[in-house]
Design a binder for this molecule. Structure first.
Ligand SMILES: Cc1cc2nc3c(=O)[nH]c(=O)nc-3n(C[C@H](O)[C@H](O)[C@H](O)COP(=O)(O)O)c2cc1C
Length: 312
C-alpha cells in the first residue's frame, strides 16, 4: 500500500507498524528519490503522520546489491528493513526475486546475512517468507536460514507460492516454525475478521499478526482486534464513514494520475471493501466506467448526500 493508504489506515488505529511496497533491487545502486517514492515517511523520521513506524521493504536475489542498497536505504533514513521472499509475481520470480528464492534456503541465508552484516546493528532486519515455492515443504529450512542469518523477526505468509492467494492459509505450519526457531514470528494470511484473528492465533500460536487485504476490506480491523483484546467497547466504522474516507483519498491522490486513470486507486480499494460493505459494490458499479474527475466527484457527493439523509 502507498503512503496515503498507510496514513489513512494508521489514523483509524490499531496498527503497531507498516511496511512499504517492495523496492526492487537489481545491480544498480538506487538513488535517494527511489527510496523516497516508496517511503515518503523517510522525511518524517520513518513515521506515518500519526506516528506509526514504517519499515522499508527490499526485494532482490543477490546478496551484494541487496547489502549495498540496504546501506543506501539506511543513509536515506530507513530505521528498519524488511526483506521480501514471498512475492509470487511471474515477472519478479523470473528475475530471480521474491518467492522463487525459497527453493534455495542457502540463498535466503546469504541475502539476509549480507544485509544484516552491512548495516548498523540497531537497525532491525526482518524477513517475509511463504511456506515454499512449488509446495509447502521448505518452510522450516527457510525459517532456520532467516534465523541463522540474524534477522530480528520473521513474517510468515502461510501459503506456498503455488497456493497463490487462494484460501485457506495454513496457519498450523507457523506453529511448527515457532517450535523450530526462537526468532519472533508474525503470522500472515487470510485474516479478514475478528474470528479469523482468533483462529489464526490459536492455530499458529502467534501473538502478532500482519494484515494485508483484510485491512483494505475492513479498514478498522486492527482497531476491532485491539479493542476486543482489551475488552473495550468499539463501534465498527459505518459505510458513510468509509465512503467519506475514500473521498478524501480520491481527492488527495487525484494530482498523481493522468485524468483517465483518476479513479483507479479508489476502484481498486472498492474491490476489497465490497467484501465487507455491500454499499461498496453498488458504489463500484456506479463509478466503474467513469473516467472524468467531475463524474467521480459527483458520484461521491451523491453517495455521501444520500447516506447523510438516511442517517438524518
Ligand atoms: C496487490 C498486492 C500487493 C502486495 N504487495 C506486497 C509487497 O510489496 N510486499 C509484501 O511483503 N507483500 C505484498 N503482498 C502480500 C501481502 O503483504 C500479504 O502477505 C498477502 O496478501 C497475504 O495476506 P492477506 O491474506 O492478509 O492479504 C501483496 C499482496 C497483494 C494482494
Amino acid at each position: 500500500m502507498d503512503h496515503q493508504v498507510r496514513d489513512i489506515l494508521t489514523r483509524i488505529g490499531g496498527l503497531d507498524g507498516c511496511v512499504t511496497e517492495f523496492v526492487r533491487v537489481t545491480d544498480q545502486v538506487l538513488p535517494y528519490k527511489v527510496f523516497l517514492r516508496y517511503a515518503p515517511e523517510l522525511e518524517n523520521n520513518c513515521l506515518t503522520p500519526n506516528g506509526v513506524p514504517v519499515k522499508l521493504q527490499l526485494l532482490g536475489g543477490k546478496p551484494e546489491p541487496m547489502a549495498i542498497n540496504a546501506i543506501e536505504a539506511v543513509a536515506a533514513g530507513a530505521q528498519a528493513l524488511d526483506l521480501n521472499f514471498g512475492c509470487p509475481a511471474k515477472t519478479v520470480n523470473k528475475n530471480d526475486g521474491g518467492a522463487c528464492l525459497l527453493r534455495q534456503p542457502d540463498r535466503v541465508y546469504a541475502i539476509v546475512k549480507a544485509v544484516r552484516d552491512a548495516i548498523p546493528t540497531h537497525i532491525p532486519v526482518s524477513a517475509k517468507i511463504r511456506l515454499g515455492f512449488e509446495d509447502r515443504s521448505s518452510y522450516l529450512e527457510n525459517a532456520q536460514a532467516v534465523e541463522a542469518a540474524g534477522a530480528s523477526e520473521l513474517v510468515v505468509h502461510a501459503r506456498s507460492k503455488a497456493d497463490g492467494y487462494k484460501p485457506p492459509a495454513y496457519w498450523e505450519y507457523i506453529a511448527d516454525i515457532r517450535n523450530a526457531i526462537s526468532t519472533p514470528v508474525v503470522a500472515n494470511g487470510e485474516i479478514w475478521s475478528l474470528a479469523d484473528y482468533y483462529r489464526c492465533r490459536e492455530q499458529s500460536g502467534c501473538e502478532d499478526i500482519m494484515l494485508g487485504r483484510g485491512l483494505l476490506a475492513c479498514p478498522d480491523l486492527a482497531r476491532q482486534i485491539k479493542a476486543d483484546i482489551a475488552g473495550e467497547e468499539y463501534r465498527p466504522l459505518t459505510w458513510d464513514e468509509i465512503c467519506q474516507m475514500l473521498f478524501n483519498y480520491y481527492q488527495q491522490t487525484l494530482p498523481r494520475y493522468v485524468e483517465k486513470n483518476c479513479g483507479n486507486r479508489v476502484k481498486q480499494w472498492l474491490m476489497y471493501l465490497r467484501r465487507q460493505y455491500p454499499q461498496a459494490e453498488i458504489f463500484f458499479e456506479r463509478i466503474k466506467r467513469a473516467r472524468e474527475p467531475a463524474a467521480i466527484e459527483l458520484a461521491f457527493r451523491e453517495a455521501l448526500g444520500d447516506y447523510a439523509r438516511v442517517e438524518g
